[in-house]
Design a protein around this ligand. Sequence first.
Ligand code: CU
Length: 147
Amino acid sequence: MSGTGRGVAVAAATTCAAVILTFGSGCANGPKLHVSGTGAPKAGQGSASASAQPAADGVQQIVIDTLDGEHFKPDVVFAHPGKLRITITNLSVLPHNFEVPTLGVRSETIFAGHSTTVTFDVATAGSYSFDCGFHQHDGMTGQLIVS
Ligand SMILES: [Cu+2]
């Protein structure tokens, strides 16, 4: 089921925010798991950057919040080549999703108060744009920077 080493593998799992607790149970970094918002916000945009961190199972992971005003936070995510697990938590009232078009990644729709996790492999360093398929035209975009 892992699909490691062969292109892009996408797995999605849905729960209501409880998925964060699941991750936390096996993570030595506990309180640091929720790393969104560690960057410096830009005026008027709420822009922030954060780095994916290895979980107990060695997979890089990060939590991205979707906020009112059609923003991702963080909207600049740093990671290293390899497997990446992203949990998107929808803190806004609108439904959102998470897409990395150039990697063929697209989460299911995430409704208010819910979370979804996508896991995929990024083999090549580079800058990958991500977006919400519903609101990308409203500027709900971000950058995944793999180096
Ligand atoms: Cu959206």
